[in-house]
Design a binder for this molecule. Sequence first.
Ligand code: ADP
Ligand code: ASP
Ligand code: MG
Length: 450
Amino acid sequence: MITVMKFGGTSVGSAEALKRVAKIIADKEDEKVVVVSAMSGITNFLVSVADSANPDVESVVTEFSNKHLMAASQLFEGETMAEFRAEFDSRIEGFRSALLADREDPFYKDAVVSQGERFSSLMLAFVLRDMGIKSVALTSEDVGIIALGTPGNGSADLLNTASGMTMRVKPLLSMGVVPIITGFYGVGPNKGPLTFGRGGSDYSAAVVANAIDADMLEIWTDVDGFMTADPRIVAGAKKIPEMNFGEAAELAYFGAKVLHPRTIEPVRLKHIPLKVKNSFRPEEPGTLIHHLRKSTAEMLRSVAAKTDLSIITISSAEIAYRPAMVARIIDKIAEINVIIYSISTTLSSVAFLVHNNDVKMTLRQLNGLSGGDIERIDVKNDVALICAVGDNLLDKCGVSGDVFGAVKEANANVEMISEGASDVSLNFVVPMSKVIDVVRTLHEKFIGGQ
Ligand code: ADP
Ligand code: ASP
Ligand code: MG
C-alpha cells in the first residue's frame, strides 16, 4: 500500500509543526511519499519580492534565511546541524541566483516564488532523519514532475511525469526511504520551474499519486476536513465525512480553498481515494473523497464562492441565430487561455464570466474580431460566483426556487445563472458586496449553523 501525504504551509510552518508532521509520517505504516508546501508566509513573501521593482537581493536572502534558520535552530544541533547547514547553504546559493536572473524572462517569477518548497522539504527530511527514519529531500527537478503551460499557470504532463517518477521514486520506497518532494511547481518548457498557481501543492500531490499509482492521497491541512462552507466565513460550518469526486471537484474549482481547483482530476483518473485531514488533530477521521457515497436527505451539502470575477456581455442583433459568431468569440478568448467560468446567451447577447484580472486582455482580444457586427460590449466588475452543491439537484423539484428565495432574503440580486450544467451543483452570480451574506444565508437555511 502506497500513500502520498501532502502537508500544507501551516502544517510545516514552525519547528513544533514540523515535529508534529514528522510524527504523523512515522506513525503511518504504509510505504509513503511526502509532498510539502513552503512554510506559511514564505510564498507571500517571495511573491512580494518578485513583484517589487528593485529588491535588495542581499537583504531578501538574509530575511529568507533567518526565517528558516530560526526554526532549524530549535530542531537540529551538532553534526545534524552541520550537515543541514551544508545543504541549506547550497540551496541558498540557488535562491540568490534565481533572484539575480534576468527579470525580463517570462519564468523569472516562477523561479523565485517556488523557492520556499525547496527549504521546507529539506527541513522535514532532516527532522525525519534525526528520528532515525531514512528520508531524502527531492526537488520537482530531481523526480521529474513535468509541467506545461504559461507562467504561473502550469499543468502537469501526467504521462511524462509518471515515467520519470517510476524510475526515480519507486526504488526509494522499496529501500524504505521516505522521499520528501517539493510541491507547487514542475519543470516547465524552458527547463526551469513552472508553478501550478497559488495553493498548487495539493495538485502536485495528486500528480505524484497518479504518477506512482498510489493507493491513497492524504491532504493534511489546518481544518478537520472538507466543510459545508469556508469556516472563516461561516463560523458554524461543519465537517463533511464523505464526498464524491464530482462534488469535491466542483467546490474546489468554484472557490473552496481547502483544495487547489485541479486537485481531483489526477486522482479520479486512477480511482485513487483522497482524504482531507487536520495535521493539528490527526486523530480526527477527516473527509473521505472517492467515487461513490450514499446519498443524503439534506438539500445542500456545501457552499463555496469564487470571488473577483467580471461579466463581459457582448450584444449583437439576433446573435442566437449565428452560432458561427458565438464560436468565433469563444475561439478568440481561448487563444489567450482565459478561463471562462460560465456562459449564458439570449437572443441578442452572450455573457461570459471571467476573472477581474483577465478583463483587459479579453477586451483587447475581442476588439480584434472582424466583421463589425458586435454592437456593444459591457463589463460588470466585482461579482462572485456562488456554487451550491447537493445530491441530484436537478431531480429535486423546487430546489432553485428555494435557493433563490434565500438569496432574495440576503438582499442580493442574481446577475447570472448557470443551473443545469452539472447535476451536483447550482451556480449563480451575485455582487461581491453580497457574497458573505448570501453564503451565510444559504448555509443557515439549508445546512444549519451560522
Ligand atoms: P494549506 O496551507 O494546508 O494548503 P489552505 O489555507 O490552502 O491550507 O487551505 C485550508 C483553508 O481552507 C482552511 O483553513 C479554511 O479556512 C479554508 N477553506 C475554504 N473553504 C473550505 C471548506 N469548504 N472546507 C474546509 N476549509 C475551507
Ligand atoms: N506555497 C504555495 C502557495 O502558497 C503552494 C501551496 O501552498 O500549496 O501558494
Ligand atoms: Mg492550500
